[in-house]
Design a protein around this ligand. Structure first.
Ligand code: PSU
Ligand code: MN
Length: 302
């Protein structure tokens, strides 16, 4: 079997019940145990309460799984040494029978493979600061350019160069839609002050945009920016101090490539004494709710 799709997800897809894909890097590399497992299971619950089916995706002993069980999610949260699997890592992880946590890029790949349109996460990767020198641009952006999945996030962290990230998405024809917001979300804070092209007033409006993009066969993803609710945000001035410190630490320690993002996330979390983790959890719940509603609206149009 190339990809294992759970019975429940298969049934849902067959019967046009909305399905929402979820990534596993956020579990294994994005949050500490046991908060990671607790969050992943709560996200699934929020999606179910909306009448949609969650499909958490990860690679277990070389087999990509779409629709992990609770036990599998628990294992993903605990196990050491799970590889962060982006597009380039997939063939080798499968060849060697390893465990791999799917990033935004690879979750999109398996969501598309299974026929799942909507995918909920926290934040996406993007163009890193000083990418002019380092060439560090997340594979997530090329995946958004090429793979037909809608990604609901809270914008992107200021560990990235957000203006360049938007330019990149524009070049590759990826619509970036602000859910009830004019500006891009900045993950921990609700407003990056970077204007988006379109503010969307409802889940239905977003579902229609997805519908037309697919009908026209316009290859690639759609990015929905759903800002963190104001009561949970950490103001930009405050979080940026920790972000800049984390970037300095990464430079000093010579952190490169795929290690960069997890390193920065871990350091920010340590420096804010868990406050950033709380904000992170709240914004993911908020994305799960909106994502499930978008999936529901989209199912009506299909
Ligand atoms: N940004 C976050 N939280 C995350 C990630 C990014 O705020 O957990 C994870 C996602 O899985 C994303 C990946 O796809 O990091 C991007 O890594 P890179 O920058 O190496 O492409
Ligand atoms: Mn990178």
């Amino acid at each position: 079997m190339l990809v294992k799709i759970s019975q429940e997800v298969q049934e849902a897809l067959k019967n046009n019940i909305p399905v929402v894909a979820l990534e596993s890097t956020i579990i294994s590399h994005g949050m500490p145990y046991p908060k990671n497992v607790e969050t992943a299971l709560n996200v699934e619950k929020i999606i179910r309460e909306q009448g949609a089916v969650p499909a958490t995706i990860g690679i277990i002993e070389g087999v990509p799984v779409v629709g992990m069980s609770e036990e599998e999610i628990e294992l993903f949260g605990k196990k050491q040494g799970i590889l962060k699997a982006s597009r380039r890592d997939l063939p080798v992880i499968m060849s060697k029978g390893l465990w791999g946590a799917t990033t935004v890029a690879t979750t999109m790949i398996f969501a598309q493979y299974a026929g799942i349109e909507v995918f909920v996460t926290g934040g996406i990767g993007g163009v890193h600061k000083e990418a002019q020198q380092t060439f560090d641009i997340s594979a997530d952006l090329q995946e958004l350019a090429n793979t037909n999945v809608t990604v609901v996030c809270a914008g992107a962290k200021a560990i990235l160069d957000l203006p360049l990230t938007l330019e990149y998405l524009e070049t590759f024809g990826v619509p970036v839609l602000g859910y009830k917001s004019k500006n891009l979300g900045a993950f921990y804070s609700s407003d990056s002050s970077l204007p988006l092209d379109y503010e969307m007033d409802s889940e239905e409006e977003i579902a229609k945009a997805i519908y037309y993009k697919r009908k026209l066969n316009l290859k690639g993803g759609i990015l929905v920016s759903n800002p963190i609710p104001k009561e949970y945000e950490i103001p930009n001035e405050e979080i940026n101090v920790y972000i800049n410190k984390a970037i300095e630490d990464a430079k000093k320690e010579g952190i490169k490539g795929k290690d960069t993002t997890p390193f920065l996330l871990k350091h920010i979390k340590e420096h804010t004494e868990g406050r950033s983790l709380e904000a992170n959890i709240k914004l993911v719940y908020n994305n799960a709710l909106v994502g499930a509603k978008i999936a529901k609206e989209y199912a009506k149009l299909k």
